[in-house]
Ligand binder design. Structure first.
Ligand code: GUN
Length: 291
């Protein structure tokens, strides 16, 4: 069993990006600048956004955090987005999801300039991704592809089962891995909450991407020997034995699945750090586009 070490791989990527930034600065080129908008005080979202800002510092990017209260109206948020769209110094920005219920997520994502949409969530960028045209790939699927590539996990002709059809992970993952590309060329089955006999499907999988958001859902009896497992989940599970009162659990029951796996990602330290590294990569790409 080989651990797909997202922490180490993301650090390698960050070093590569930092070297690019040093080179850009020496050539008198612009320093990449990422902005993030956070609405409200959701604990997990605050943690993610802070990690993204901290990662910017680490690679030498400029970063701006726009922290808005829960009561922010849709109109106010759209105004902030317009400002970032028009700000020449900002190369890319993200609006952290989920948004409060009174804000229409689709409307917000559509307001972002596709050229600054480093999350790859704008319909124009989703369309380009689907058609295999150059664009910003959504950071989590992009990070999974990179992890598979760097560990030379064979995907061509393999049976890939994705669990979860979210717009952020499951659906783009299924599209990307079915495409003719590195870490692609797979036969992909996209499963979800209405899928019948899920176990029968996962037992035939060479590679499973678990992205449904249910702690320790995928268990050892659901997978075959030699499977590769990518765990996208990260849920806070109450745990009184921990100082902070919770532990972080993936969508995979690591203890029963790992012994049967050829490759497996841990939680934490697997997909999560890769997501952040790929967001930086997209920001660098956005900055290079305007050189
Ligand atoms: N919420 C969970 N994942 C993501 C992500 O990749 N980007 C944004 N903006 N919000 C998220």
């Amino acid at each position: 069993m080989i651990i797909l070490d997202g922490k180490k791989t993301s650090n390698d990527l960050k070093e590569e990006i930092a070297a690019e930034v040093v080179k850009r600065k020496a050539e008198g080129k612009k320093t990449p600048h990422l902005a993030a908008i956070l609405v409200g005080t959701d604990g997990a979202s605050m943690t993610y956004v802070n990690s993204k800002v901290k990662a910017c510092e680490k690679v030498g990017f400029n970063s701006t955090l726009i922290d808005l209260p829960e009561e922010t109206t849709e109109e106010q948020l759209l105004h902030e987005i317009a400002e970032l769209n028009n700000d020449k110094d900002i190369d890319g920005f993200i609006v952290q999801l989920p948004l409060p219920n009174h804000i229409d997520e689709q409307k917000v994502l559509m307001a972002i300039d596709p050229d600054k949409d480093v999350d790859g969530f704008h319909p124009v960028n989703v369309g380009k991704m689907t058609l295999d045209l150059p664009t910003f790939l959504p950071a989590t699927p992009f990070g999974i592809l990179e992890l598979l590539k760097r560990y030379k996990v064979e995907t061509s002709g393999k049976n890939v089962v994705v669990i979860g059809r979210s717009h952020i992970v499951g659906r783009p993952m299924s599209i990307l891995m079915s495409q003719k590309r590195e870490a692609g060329d797979a036969t992909v089955t996209l499963t979800h909450s209405r899928t019948k006999n899920l176990s029968e499907i996962t037992q035939k999988a060479d590679i499973i991407v678990a992205a449904l958001g249910k702690a320790e859902f995928l268990t050892g009896d659901m997978v075959k020997e030699g499977v590769t497992v990518i765990d996208v989940g990260i849920t806070r599970v109450k745990d009184e034995t921990k100082k902070r009162g919770y532990r972080l659990a993936g969508d995979v029951d690591f203890d029963s699945v790992a012994p049967k796996s050829e490759f497996i990602t841990p939680v934490p330290g697997g997909v999560g750090p890769m997501t952040i590294a790929m967001l930086l990569k997209n920001t660098l790409l956005a900055c290079e586009k305007v050189d």
